[in-house]
Design a protein around this ligand. Sequence first.
Ligand code: AP5
Length: 250
Amino acid sequence: MASPVNPDRPAWLEGPPARCEVLPQAIHSAQRLVLLGAPGVGKGTQAALLHSRLGPCHLSTGDIFRTAGRRPESAQTPAIRQALAYMRRGELVPDSTVLELVRERRPCLHCPGGFILDGFPRTVAQAESLKKLLEDERLALTAVINYDLPAAAIVQRLAGRRTCSRCKAVYHVTERPSKVEERCDLCHGSLFQREDDRPESIRVRLEAYDRSTAPLIAFYQRLGLLVSIDAAGTAEEMYARTLGSLRATS
Ligand code: AP5
């Protein structure tokens, strides 16, 4: 099964002054989640499933950079051009750039359907800034879900990933193939391999994760928010475990 299509998220993907024209239905017990886990563990796939079945908006910082990267270079700010160069190499974008982009999108944290932060925070400094931002906005996280998988399986997931150039649905050449080769099942857009899924960038990304993002597990454990999920098995099995853990914590 392919990942379901996310509605356009102009307020998040493009930033102000763009706004979402159709807001999700307000949910009384809206989930406000952070997804943690190494690159390629399946966070984006789970975010798409959680969005389509529970309603919270998928807020991925990687998607902000990829959206900006599709604009003509003349329309990119120097900070975005620099961020895209870091991303191509598999390195983390500097905290100051990421934090500015998230702060200017703070209305998205009030999305009536809740939110799923995917790829943010990624350093302890970003986690501390998010904590302060949420306190200022009088919002609380429901849970921080940490997906865990051995490195060899992660590399296999990343190396086979294909993404739709139009609707951003995610496939895998063997595990979750599209029905027609190189075409999206949902919108028939062409599928491409992300630039940072080349072997040399994958290695750099996994090192950056171990060095900068893995310490967030202890950070959120101390705050009593961490839920650890085994990311082995199919995407549906991962989703069932995620849902079971969310129900157990609510
Ligand atoms: P980002 O876009 O956040 O990428 P990432 O964290 O590296 O995560 P991925 O999107 O690679 O993987 P995923 O876990 O979402 O896996 P997916 O569901 O696609 O960031 C990219 C870059 O932007 C960073 O390297 C950095 O440069 C920059 N950046 C972004 N945010 C930043 C921040 N806060 N600070 C600094 N820099 C930042 O799945 C992977 C594959 O596996 C797919 O093919 C999928 O079909 C398949 N798959 C999924 N689940 C399963 C399953 N259960 N079984 C088999 N296959 C599966």
